[in-house]
Design a protein around this ligand. Structure first.
Ligand SMILES: [Zn+2]
Length: 107
């Protein structure tokens, strides 16, 4: 990544407690922040997920102080961590043999 592009992306930081980007005002992480994070953690996706998990916890704590009824955990997960998945697969996507209830009733 070129120096000026990196400098541009480094300005896209979260403003707390609202967790909006101080540069583009989008919900953080904004697209530019995601680009920067993907580059920084290109060889450490688990590290990126752990880092964002900590930030998600901070964002939820901030939101609970501002609006105790305004937290949707699933939305926070999608916003902070969901985008880091490269394949789109999750644990429930793994193929597991499922026995049908009809098969279970056979004697
Ligand atoms: Zn931004």
């Amino acid at each position: 990544m070129k120096q000026h592009a990196r400098a541009h992306l480094e300005r896209h930081l979260a403003v707390r407690p609202v967790w909006r980007c101080r540069e583009c005002a989008a919900a953080w992480p904004c697209p530019a922040a995601k680009l920067r994070l993907r580059a920084e953690y290109a060889h450490d996706r688990p590290g990126l997920a752990i880092y964002l998990c900590v930030l998600m916890h901070d964002a939820i704590s901030d939101r609970l102080r501002i609006d105790p009824d305004g937290v949707d955990p699933a939305e926070y997960f999608r916003r902070f961590i969901g985008w880091t998945r490269s394949s789109g697969l999750c644990l429930t996507d793994t193929a597991m043999p499922i026995r049908s209830s009809r098969a279970d009733t056979r004697a």
